[in-house]
Design a protein around this ligand. Structure first.
Ligand code: FES
Length: 111
């Protein structure tokens, strides 16, 4: 599995999220409460809205359009539950954050 450097720990502070394009994939990087870095698909599974335009409270991402909520650790839908964000493998080496996009495709929910 190959990893691509996306940014450094200074770019995503605890409780924050940032959008990046990595190898053509729109991703959102979050630093959850406690400091865990996660990378998810950057576009809401509901419609074509960037998740980074929504809110992140350190535990869940909330889409700005219709307020769907996603767990910032697993990407699973909280409300509604029958959806999820695709999750990208993350590696942190020193200050650098790397993401692997191999074989990961965004998920889309029921319509
Ligand atoms: S587009 Fe995100 S909740 Fe509808």
């Amino acid at each position: 599995m190959s990893f691509t450097k996306v940014c450094t720990l200074d770019d995503v502070w605890e409780g924050e999220m940032s959008a990046y394009t990595v190898n053509g994939h729109e991703i959102v990087l979050v630093c959850a409460d406690g400091g865990a870095i996660r990378a998810f698909q950057g576009v809401c599974p509901h419609q074509d809205i960037a998740l980074a335009e929504g809110k992140f409270d350190g535990k869940k991402l909330i889409c700005r359009a219709h307020l769907w909520q996603f767990d910032a650790d697993s990407g699973k839908g909280i409300n509604p539950e029958d959806c999820a964000l695709a999750s990208y493998p993350v590696r942190v080496e020193g200050e650098d954050i790397f993401v692997s996009t191999e074989g990961v495709e965004p998920l889309f929910a029921h319509t």
